[in-house]
Design a protein around this ligand. Structure first.
Ligand code: KG4
Ligand code: ZN
Length: 342
């Protein structure tokens, strides 16, 4: 079978992305634009996001085709993220993709955004062993925090997840408290380098409890209580760094504890896989690598640009879906059920 290029669009949150990946997993072109219009608001504003996707996508699609040196009719299929995410942006991306598919008379593949994160590690070259099914996935991003048993394409078993905030959300809120701006994860990590991870005593909610649910809300509140109530500037840089480092340490401790339980809830995973924006965190990555090696598990973490939202993962999930359906003798589903929630 000749490898064919598949184009994908990602527009579920504040990143507008387009990529072209061949059916044998070669990335021909990828572009991600991080929207800047949200910065003054300290968080993603859904309507600003949808409008920004709408204005950025046409040029982005053209540029991505040009970067891959392809014409539209060279594409074998078009895919887009269809949820979960912010509905306005999702509709913009899916509409664009579906429109192209109609014009080119190619299949349109609606991709679940979480599934795209979940399958990224199977892109050739990422996992040391190719991440055969079943594997244990830790998905940690701004919107999600879950342990998932990935048993096959379309076969995902949620082992546990957050009962309040997502991990990235906690990073973003702590960054805001420390006056570090938004998005906060990378800023917290950077400041934490100057701090002592054991300087401030912080709680580790749900740690040691059965199952692998997460809770970060109490940790976030505990951080808030360590801040001077009157003037924020009363916190010295060293104190802020200690707080950031201690928070990061607490999050890592929680994640490792929860993963220990997740591992027990799964039968013989082949690999430990991490995905989502928070997987970009160096301290957490090091702890995960250590954990995997202690359990004799190969560890797979996508490169940073494929951890945060991107369109390569959407294209790859579409390709895996196409292959799985073909192997089952099933047609590609043509429905677009736009879903803001998982
Ligand atoms: O996967 P992602 O790009 O978007 C969602 O689907 O949510 O994840 C974004 C989240 C943000 O909360 C951001 O603060 C967090 O990932 N993040 C980090 C780091 N880089 C991004 N958190 C901790 N450390 C980082 N280095
Ligand atoms: Zn995401």
């Amino acid at each position: 079978e000749m490898p064919t290029p598949v184009m994908a669009i990602e527009s579920s949150c504040d990143d507008t992305a387009c990529a072209i990946v061949t059916t044998d997993g070669r990335i021909l072109a990828e572009t991600t634009l991080s929207q800047s219009g949200h910065v003054p608001f300290g968080g993603v504003v859904p309507e600003i996001a949808a409008r920004a996707h709408l204005s950025a996508l046409p040029a982005l699609v053209r540029d991505t085709l040009a970067a891959a040196n392809l014409q539209p009719h060279d594409l074998g299929a078009i895919a887009a993220s269809c949820g979960p995410g912010l509905i306005g942006g999702l509709i913009v991306g899916a509409d664009m993709g579906k429109g192209m598919a109609i014009a080119l008379d190619r299949p349109f593949i609606a991709v679940n955004h979480i599934e795209a994160h979940a399958l990224t590690a199977r892109l050739p070259g990422i996992a040391p062993n190719g991440a055969p099914f079943p594997y244990l996935l830790l998905l940690v991003s701004g919107g999600h925090c879950q342990c998932i048993a990935v048993e096959g394409v379309g076969h995902y078993r949620r082992l546990g997840g957050t009962i309040d905030d997502a991990a990235g959300e906690a990073f973003d809120k702590v960054a805001k408290m420390l006056g570090l701006g938004w998005p906060g994860g990378p800023a917290v990590e950077q400041l934490a380098r100057e701090g002592d991870p054991h300087a401030v005593a912080l709680p580790r909610p749900l740690m040691g409890r059965a199952g692998c649910d997460f809770s970060f809300s109490g940790l976030k509140t505990a951080v808030a209580q360590k801040l001077p109530t009157e003037v924020r500037t009363a916190l010295s840089r060293q104190q802020a760094a200690d707080l950031a480092a201690s928070f990061q340490q607490a999050v890592s401790d929680i994640v490792i504890d929860r993963l220990g339980h997740a591992l027990e809830m799964m039968e013989r995973p082949t690999t430990l896989v991490v995905a989502g924006g928070v997987a970009a965190n160096g301290v957490l990555r090091a702890r995960l690598r250590e954990f995997a090696s202690a359990h004799d598990l190969p560890f797979a973490a996508p490169p940073l640009r494929l951890c945060t939202d991107n369109a390569v993962m959407v294209a790859w999930a579409a390709i895996e879906t196409m292959h799985a359906r073909r192997d089952l003798g099933l047609p590609i589903p043509d429905d677009i059920a736009m879903r803001p929630r998982p």
